[in-house]
Design a protein around this ligand. Structure first.
Ligand code: TXA
Ligand code: MG
Length: 311
C-alpha cells in the first residue's frame, strides 16, 4: 500500500513499520524510540537477533547524544559524505541506544541518507532504524514492487521511485587509529583517500573472533535460482546468462542484462532488480559473467554476486 509522507510519519510515530526509499536501497523503518516495533522488524525480515541495525538520522548533530568521543576523521567524513551512502560505526553510550539495535555490541552504526523523501521524513520522525527492506538473505529492494513482493501489497511503502545507486551504503569502523571498511558498498575505497589522507582497508569478518560486521557472515542477496559464477560465459551454449550489454554471447543463450561494463553505476543500479527477475521468471540455473575487473564499483558488484551465489 503506497502511503504519502505525512501518513508515513504518522504511522512511524505511532509505532508501526513503514518501508522507506533511500538513495541506496529501500529500508524497513521503525522509530528508534519504539523497541517493540524494532523487535517486529527482526521477525518481519526473519533476521537473526545478532545482526545489528543502522540508525538513520536527519543531521550529523543528532548523533552527539549517543557517542562519548568522536574518532579522528569523523568530522571530515561526515562533512564530505553526508547526506550520502556511508555508514559510520562508533562506540556509543550504551544507555542511549537500545541493546536490540546494537545486537548487544558496544558500538552502533549511523547514517544520514541522501534521498529527499528519506531526509524529509527523518525530520518529521526523528531517528529511524532501517535494515534493507527485503526478507533476510534475499536480494535487497530497489523499487516499491520489490518491497511488496517480500512483504505483501498491503504493507505500507513510501514511494520514492527507483533507488538511484542500487547498492547498500559502505560501512566504516574506526579501529587502531584508522577507519576500515567492513562492508563494501556504493562508495568505493578510493572515495575516502582525499578526505582521510589514506585509503581505508577492506576487512572481512571471517578471521575476526568477534565479527566486525555481523551481517556479512550471513547468506545474502540470493535469488532462488542457482547461480554459477563463470569467467567463460562467452563460450556457453543454450544457457541463461546474467551478463552485459556490451559483450557478445552465443545467440542460443538467454541473456539477462545487468548493463554495460563501461557503465558500472548502471550495473549497480540494476543488480538487485536483475537478481529478483530471475525468480520472477522461475529460472533454475543461471551463469553469471564475472569476467570483469576487480575495481571501483565493480568490486562491490562482484562481492554481492559472490555472496548471492554462495550455497
Ligand atoms: O544502504 C544501507 O546501508 C541500507 C539503507 C536502508 O540505509 N541499510 C542496510 O541495512 O543495508 P542492513 O541492515 O541490511 O545492513 C546493515 C549492516 C549489517 O550487515 C549489520 O551487521 C551492520 O550493518 N551493522 C549494523 N550495526 C553495526 C555495528 N554496530 N557494528 C558492525 N556492523 C553493524
Ligand atoms: Mg541488508
Amino acid at each position: 500500500m503506497r502511503v504519502e509522507i505525512e501518513e508515513a510519519a504518522i504511522l512511524l510515530n505511532k509505532g508501526q513499520v513503514v518501508a522507506v526509499p533511500t538513495e541506496t536501497v529501500y529500508g524497513l523503518a521503525a522509530s528508534l524510540a519504539c523497541p517493540e516495533t524494532i523487535k517486529q522488524i527482526f521477525s518481519l525480515k526473519g533476521r537473526p537477533s545478532n545482526n545489528p541495525l543502522i540508525i538513520h538520522l536527519h543531521h550529523p548533530d543528532e548523533i552527539e547524544p549517543y557517542v562519548y568521543t568522536f574518532p579522528k576523521g569523523f568530522k571530515a567524513l561526515s562533512e564530505a559524505l553526508w547526506p550520502g551512502p556511508i555508514t559510520l560505526v562508533m562506540q556509543v553510550n550504551e544507555t542511549k541506544v537500545p541493546s536490540i539495535v546494537r545486537a548487544g555490541l558496544s558500538t552502533a552504526a549511523f547514517r544520514i541518507p541522501q534521498h529527499p523523501l528519506a531526509i524529509k521524513l527523518l525530520e518529521m520522525t526523528g531517528p529511524l532504524v532501517m535494515p534493507s527492506a527485503n526478507l533476510s538473505g534475499k536480494p535487497s529492494a530497489t523499487r516499491c514492487t520489490h518491497v511488496e513482493q517480500d512483504f505483501g501489497s498491503e504493507f505500507p511503502v513510501l514511494d520514492g521511485g527507483t533507488c538511484h545507486m542500487g547498492l547498500e551504503s559502505t560501512i566504516l569502523i574506526y579501529l587502531e587509529e584508522r577507519w576500515s571498511i567492513i562492508r563494501q558498498g556504493a562508495l568505493t575505497p578510493s572515495a575516502f583517500e582525499k578526505i582521510l589522507g589514506y585509503i581505508p582497508v577492506v576487512k572481512g569478518s571471517e578471521n575476526q573472533q568477534i565479527p566486525l560486521c555481523p551481517g556479512q557472515l550471513f547468506r545474502h542477496y540470493a535469488p532462488k535460482a542457482k547461480l554459477i559464477l563463470s569467467n567463460e560465459c562467452s563460450t556457453l551454449e543454450e544457457k541463461t546468462i546474467l551478463g552485459f550489454t556490451d559483450r557478445i554471447y552465443s545467440t542460443t543463450c538467454r541473456i539477462v542484462p545487468l548493463g554495460a561494463l563501461t557503465n558500472p553505476s548502471e550495473i549497480a543500479k540494476n543488480l538487485y532488480r536483475s537478481l529478483r527477475f530471475l525468480d520472477e521468471e522461475l529460472m533454475k540455473e543461471v551463469f553469471v559473467d564475472v569476467d570483469f575487473p576487480n575495481e571501483g564499483l565493480l568490486e562491490t558488484v562482484r562481492e554481492r554476486l559472490t555472496k548471492a551465489a554462495a550455497q
